[in-house]
Ligand binder design. Sequence first.
Ligand SMILES: [Zn+2]
Length: 523
Amino acid sequence: MRIEFSGAAGTVTGSSHLLRVLDKRILLDCGLYQGKDEKERGNDVFSYVPSTVDYLLLSHAHIDHSGRIPLLYKRGFRGKIFCTPPAKALAEILLLDSAFIHEQDAEWENKKRERKGLEPIEPLYRVQDAEKALTLFEAVDFGEEKTLFEGFRFRFLEAGHMLGAAITEMFIQEEERKVKLVYTGDLGNQGIPLMKEPETVEEADFLIMESTYGNRLHPDNQTEQEELVHIINETYHRGGNVIIPSFAVGRTQELLYILNEFQESGRLAPGVKVYVDSPLARKSTMIFKEFTQYFDEESQEKMRRGDYVLEFHNLFFTETVEDSMELNRTKKGCVIISASGMATAGRIRHHLKHNLWREECSIVFVGYQAEGSLGRIIQDGVKKITLFGEEIAVHAKIHSFSGLSGHADRKGLYNWVKAMRKGPKEIFLTHGDLGAATALKELLAQDGYNVRVAKNGDIVPIRDYVKLVPKIEETDLEKFTVATALSRLRKKEELVRYIETIDFSMVPQEEILKEIEKILKKQ
Ligand SMILES: [Zn+2]
């Protein structure tokens, strides 16, 4: 068995890891590179041959995890794609939307190329590629075990990151070697509105783990929610608008939950009107409403009492472009939630153009802003930006909230690993900038974990590990003295390499301990 890291390694977007088990290839996610990653790495080339991939396990529908699936199809992939039922419903709208954007961008580009006398370009993929890719999807619910082939079973657990997001547990057997591999996907933050808490995994031999906020602690979620409402009320009284760039799926619905709560308790200024200006956000809110059984207990309890958590007075969903343009003319009293979440495309850019230059307005960032994105540029405090070929001054008040994040912070990630009854032999950190991943590596390594920051193109063979003979499997590992000794000595690299070659079923314990002593004396 081996793992090939082919995306979101040393960076946040483009999640994709290829497993080779026996003669099969299983892909974990197939995400789109965004922002600077897109410019540096491009989305056009796969590091594997798509037609040779047999299965795809999709952790969740966010485009940085799913966005290259239609391209995978276009290049010959015909295997099955598994994800949870809500993730399947959300992937449907997200992938069609992504395909539509790619078609539109290419069409726009081709008009310019035609005038220059250049050959037209093809979009990355088309709507029909997305439609066909969607026929390969199969839903597997949380907690259900599914066998892909002899030697490979998996199960989705609640990741608490967004509707339908899963941690994937994989039970792999190659001949007599058994390995349990866990892939966190995106791991949720504690106390995210609507979402359940991330489930703890009992044990893992190997762990592929996200590290987005490996170097940051989130402020308290509740305090930030209060602060958000304070900013909205203040901006309202100043006579401006609040512009919130937000991911259409997930973050927007969480914001609606928060605003619903403050609106119904009378703490949101009565004149404030909330507009969701994104067709995708409108569609995904409808999907959220279909899958309320996946919400956390608190939300379900509210709904049983008749408080529909995603609906409130003065909440509007715009439908047409004209509705959206009408908002551009409204000077005050609006909270406009619009996509894309990092302001790299979409209607949000128009709202920024019309409100950024006005000092009575507020721009509120509620999600991660990748390096190089317009969101990050504004967040970093520039005085002017260029939008639609026009220079726009930044006079509006800029606020950033990270406590509303869908990702666990440094403490959340650490605690999640520590909660495992039997920690992994090796942890591969992905989905984080180098600084974040390295900081988390250092934290975990202090506790004796064997951690590496995965790099793009890394190929990690997992073949030399201890054979798991039934005798050890049945024994409580904590009582197994050799195993305990080995786990304490995990840091000694040489020794570890030696230990990996031991077949415990063949060598008596005393002999192993003698060997260990010998090596330690030499060091
Ligand atoms: Zn995500």
